[in-house]
Design a protein around this ligand. Structure first.
Ligand code: CA
Ligand code: CA
Length: 281
C-alpha cells in the first residue's frame, strides 16, 4: 500500500519552477542595448537571479540582465499560473541599487498581467513618485534565502488582488524611465518569480469540519471553531508534527522545513476527524 502511494505520488512531483520560464513577445526601445542578443537573451530574464548580487552590488552584466531601452517592453510567461494568495503574488527583480547615503538608483517598469495573453490588466502607478511600479527596490540576494518571501529577496511585489484577478499566466514589463530624470535611460529586467502558485497555495479546508486550513507559500494557517488536534504525517503514517488548535486562536505554522513530497494532514477531536493529502512543492 505504501509503495503504491509513493509510486502514485511521484508522477505529481515534477517540481515546476516558480521563475519566469519563457519570453512570449518583446519590443526593445532606444538608448541602451545591454543583454539584448543571444546567447545572453532570453536566458538573462528567465530563471533565478544571481544569488551573489546585493542591494549595493546589482546584477549588471549582459548574461544576467536585459536593458529594455526607452519605452521597450517584454512579456514573460510561467510554467504554472500565478495565484492570488495573501499579499504580493509575484516579485519583479530589476537592478536598482543603493549608493552613498542610502540613496537608490532606480529605473522604473510599468507592470501588467494577463490570464490569456490577450486581455491585460495594468497595475496603477504614480508617474511622479514611481509608486506602483517595479524597478524601485534593490535585490537583496543570498544563497540561502527564500526568493518567494519578498522581505528576504527584495525586488518589487505585486498583488493580483489590486487588479481584481484570481490568477495570471503572463507578466508584461514596460520601461517607464520617460517619467524620470534624464540620467535614467532604460530599465533592466533581471527576473520575475511567482510567489503564489497552484503548487504552493492550497485551500485544504475540509468540508463540514470546523477547521480552516490553508497554505500560502511556506506558512500553514489554521483556525477553528472547535478544539481540534492537528497532525502532519508522512506517507507511512508517522506523525511529524502535532499541535492543539483552540477556537478563536488562529495559528501560523512555518512549513519550510518539510522537504518536497506527499504528506497527510489530520484533524480530530472526540466526535469527528478529517484527513487531507498535502503535496509540498
Ligand atoms: Ca495577492
Ligand atoms: Ca537575470
Amino acid at each position: 500500500m505504501i509503495v503504491f502511494i509513493l509510486l502514485f505520488a511521484s508522477s505529481f512531483l515534477q517540481a515546476q519552477s516558480p521563475w519566469a520560464s519563457s519570453v512570449v513577445d518583446y519590443s526593445f526601445g532606444n538608448g541602451q542595448t545591454l543583454g539584448q542578443s543571444a546567447p545572453d537573451f532570453p536566458a538573462n530574464v528567465l530563471g533565478a537571479v544571481n544569488p551573489s548580487v546585493s542591494n549595493t552590488v546589482p546584477a549588471s552584466v549582459p548574461s544576467e540582465v536585459l536593458s529594455l531601452g526607452r519605452n521597450g517592453w517584454i512579456i514573460l510567461s510561467f510554467e504554472q499560473d500565478i495565484i492570488n494568495g495573501e499579499g504580493a503574488d509575484f516579485t519583479v527583480f530589476e537592478n536598482a541599487f543603493e549608493y552613498a547615503e542610502g540613496e537608490i538608483f532606480d529605473e522604473w517598469l510599468m507592470v501588467s498581467v494577463s490570464e490569456d495573453g490577450i486581455t491585460w490588466f495594468s497595475f496603477p502607478y504614480d508617474s511622479l513618485t514611481g509608486e506602483g511600479m517595479a524597478g524601485r527596490t534593490p535585490t537583496f540576494g543570498g544563497v540561502n534565502i527564500n526568493y518567494q518571501d519578498i522581505t528576504q529577496s527584495g525586488g518589487d511585489g505585486f498583488d493580483l488582488e489590486v487588479v481584481g484577478l484570481s490568477k495570471a499566466r503572463y507578466v508584461k514589463l514596460k520601461d517607464a524611465t520617460r517619467f524620470q530624470t534624464p540620467e535614467k535611460i532604460s530599465a533592466e529586467v533581471d527576473a520575475v518569480i511567482a510567489i503564489h502558485t497552484v503548487g504552493n497555495t492550497m485551500d485544504l479546508t475540509p468540508e463540514a469540519f470546523p477547521l480552516t486550513c490553508n497554505i500560502f507559500g511556506n506558512i500553514l494557517y489554521l483556525s477553528t471553531e472547535e478544539a481540534i488536534q492537528f497532525e502532519i504525517m508522512d506517507c507511512s503514517g508517522k506523525c511529524l508534527f502535532s499541535i492543539f488548535v483552540s477556537p478563536g486562536k488562529p495559528l501560523e505554522i512555518p512549513v519550510s522545513e518539510f522537504s518536497q513530497g506527499v504528506y497527510f494532514l489530520r484533524g480530530y477531536n472526540a466526535q469527528k476527524q478529517f484527513t487531507r493529502k498535502w503535496m509540498k512543492a
